[in-house]
Design a protein around this ligand. Structure first.
Ligand SMILES: Nc1ncnc2c1ncn2[C@@H]1O[C@H](COP(=O)(O)OP(=O)(O)OP(=O)(O)O)[C@@H](O)[C@H]1O
Ligand SMILES: [Mg+2]
Length: 407
């Protein structure tokens, strides 16, 4: 009765251990006391290699022992499913004396029982050595069988849980990969569609731009009218920007080296501001440039591309701003770089979308494409620069463009 109570306690203890190796350690530790013997070993059956294996030692000293199922006492029990009691192992041909010779252990008697899962399949064998001061009795055999069968169920469960965990992780990994692949495909598809769309409409837009050629004619008609000359200049520049924008969209998915030259950023900002005052997106918004103290700010850039970045940032700032507020551009320097900033007093960028705004096609606007900042980032990276922002919700946002100085 006492033994039965103890067996139930052990069953509860074993069934709460979910890690196979720990579980085997626990089986070995509890069985020697329970079955009143000197040693015990669990050999598990590896069906794929037709081998039995067990572990000796723990932690870094842990060693795996493997041998074919056709070998030794454990092998015999695993293949036949018979329980085997051996009282004089040294006279038994199945016994391997080597282990005793190496370790100095003296095996007096061995009890080996098969371990079966619920379906009755053999999953390993349970072996105990040297009954304390005695031989194994009929009761020992029965208790060992009971012990082996609760151990087998616990091992099988732990195996199943480990397998389930592994499958779950695999599934999770596959799911993530699939999600990434899907995103890439969607983006590629969007790029391809944009490319197609762009080449389709660019032809049409270019046709319409021919009308602007009339500007040349007007300039010739009024060669002395400074106002006309000034404004028509803006029109021509805008036309060129539209043309290069079309090229940019068409080449969007290909990264291309731009032609760069030594440009004064101060006059580039100046020019951009003058041009942007005609932008209808900036209706009723003040656009200012706080002129720096220094006269020139030279950098090696593609003028059109940097202008495109500034325009994108100014437009984003305008979209976030109320009428009559101010967008201020300024230029600072550090030792090696020029830092252009575009500061607005708009709604700010909420914390939760700050990581996303650089992604292509991320937009919070009903008519936005969400390509603006992605294009800006690509252009600035192409200039070995950096683009980043600071923002406070309700107060405003400042975008910074850092470009290496050209000395
Ligand atoms: N200055 C700003 N203030 C507040 N939000 C901004 C600012 N600049 C960008 N954002 C946010 O970042 C998002 C992405 O900007 P991005 O320029 O890439 O695309 P978009 O302006 O929405 O569309 P488009 O392709 O027409 O530029 C915007 O939709 C907006 O939510
Ligand atoms: Mg934008």
């Amino acid at each position: 009765m006492e033994k039965l109570k103890k067996l139930i306690e052990i069953t509860i203890k074993l069934s709460s251990e979910k890690n196979v190796e720990n579980l085997i350690g626990l089986i070995v530790a509890t069985s020697t006391e329970f079955l009143n013997c000197e040693r015990s070993t669990v050999f598990l059956y590896d069906k794929s290699s037709q081998e039995l294996y067990s572990y000796s030692g723990i932690g870094i000293n842990k060693k795996e022992i493997r041998f074919p199922i056709s070998k030794g006492i454990a092998g015999y029990v695993a293949s036949t499913g018979e329980t085997l009691v051996i009282d004089d192992p040294y006279n038994n041909p199945l016994f391997n004396k080597e282990f005793d010779q190496i370790t100095g252990f003296k095996t007096r008697n061995i009890l080996t029982v098969p371990m079966r899962n619920i379906e009755g399949d053999i999953i390993g064998v349970f072996q105990i050595l040297n009954k304390n001061d005695d031989k194994f009795t009929y009761e020992d055999i029965e208790l060992s069988k009971a012990f082996a069968s609760i151990s087998a169920v616990a091992i099988e469960n732990a195996h199943l849980i480990e397998e389930l965990k592994r499958q779950y992780e695999l599934l999770q990994k596959a799911f993530l990969e699939l999600q990434q692949a899907q995103e890439t495909i969607i983006n590629q598809e969007k790029f391809a569609t944009i490319g197609q769309l762009a080449s389709g409409i660019s032809h049409e837009i270019k046709n319409q731009l021919v009308v602007i050629m009339a500007v040349d004619f007007i300039r010739k008609l009024y060669p002395d009218d400074k106002k006309i000359l000034k404004y028509t200049e803006y029109i021509l520049e805008a036309r060129n920007r539209i043309l290069s924008l079309l090229d940019e969209i068409r080449d969007f998915s290909k990264s291309k080296e731009y032609e760069k030259s030594k440009i004064d950023l101060i006059s580039l900002i100046d020019k951009t501001i003058k041009l942007e005052r005609f932008d209808k997106d900036l209706n009723k918004i003040n656009l200012e440039f706080k002129e720096p103290d220094y006269k020139y700010a030279f950098a090696l850039v593609n003028q059109d591309k940097i202008q495109q970045v500034l325009i994108n940032l100014i437009r984003n700032a305008a979209h976030a701003s109320e009428p009559k507020s101010t967008i201020q551009l300024s230029l600072q320097e550090d030792e090696n770089n020029w830092i252009i900033s575009v500061k607005d007093e708009g709604c700010g960028i909420p914390e939760e979308i700050r990581d996303k705004i650089w992604q292509p096609f991320f937009t919070t606007k009903s008519s936005g494409t969400g390509l603006g900042l992605d294009i800006c980032k690509k252009i600035i990276q192409n200039h070995n620069g950096e683009i980043y922002f600071e923002s406070e919700v309700g107060k405003g946002t400042t975008f910074f463009i850092k470009l290496p100085k050209f000395l």
